[in-house]
Design a protein around this ligand. Sequence first.
Ligand code: CA
Length: 227
Amino acid sequence: MKILVVEDEAKTGDYLKQGLVEAGFVVDLMRDGRDGLHCALTESHDVIVLDVMLPGMSGWEVLRGIRAAGRDVPVLFLTARDAVDDRVHGLELGADDYLVKPFAFSELLARVRTLLRRGSRRTETEILRAADLELDPLRRRASRAGRRIDLTAKEFALLELLLRRRGEVLPRSLIASQVWDMNFDSDTNVIEVAVRRLRAKIDDGFEPKLIRTVRGMGYVLEAGGGD
Ligand code: CA
C-alpha cells in the first residue's frame, strides 16, 4: 500500500518516511505543497499524510485541490499544538483525521491503519488468491498450500500488485512506480532481483508456477489451467 507524505521539515519527513517504509508501506515524500498536490493527482495513494504549514502552497490548498479533483483518498493532516481552529477547518475541508505535533510515530501508524480500514472496506475482508496461493493485504500474511510464506515489505507489495492485476502483463516501469517510490531508477536490475526472490519463495517446490516473465515486456501472474 502506498502513502504520500507532504512535509517540509526535513527531519520529520525523513523520520516519517523511514518509519512507514519499515512498517511495509511504499512512501512518496514531497517537501513542498505544489509538489505534494501534483504527486497526489498524478499517482495513486491509499492514504495522504499532509502537513498544514508548507512552502509553495498550504496544506489547506493541497487538500482543496485533491477534493476538487474528486479524489476521495483518506487524508490525515498534521497541525501545531496551539492551532485549535485548524482542526475544525481541516475536517470541514474534507480531511479524515488529524494529529497534533509533536506526536509519537506509533500514534501516526495507528491512525494510518484505521484510515486504511475505514477507507477501503474492500481491503478489510478481501483475501487475494491464485491457485493455492493466498495473500491477506491487511494482516500482511501470505501462504501457499496452507504453508506460511515470509515476505519482505517489497516482496509483499510486489506480490499484492501482481495478484490484484493477475493475468495482466505488468511492465517494469509500472511495477517501479507502484512498489518503489517515484524517485526509483527503473533501469537498475532491482526489480528482476526482487521478482527472482519472490518467485523462489512462492513457486519453488509448488505447482503450478504462478509468476511468469514475458521477455521484453514484464511480468505476469497467472494461475494457469483455466483457473
Ligand atoms: Ca511545516
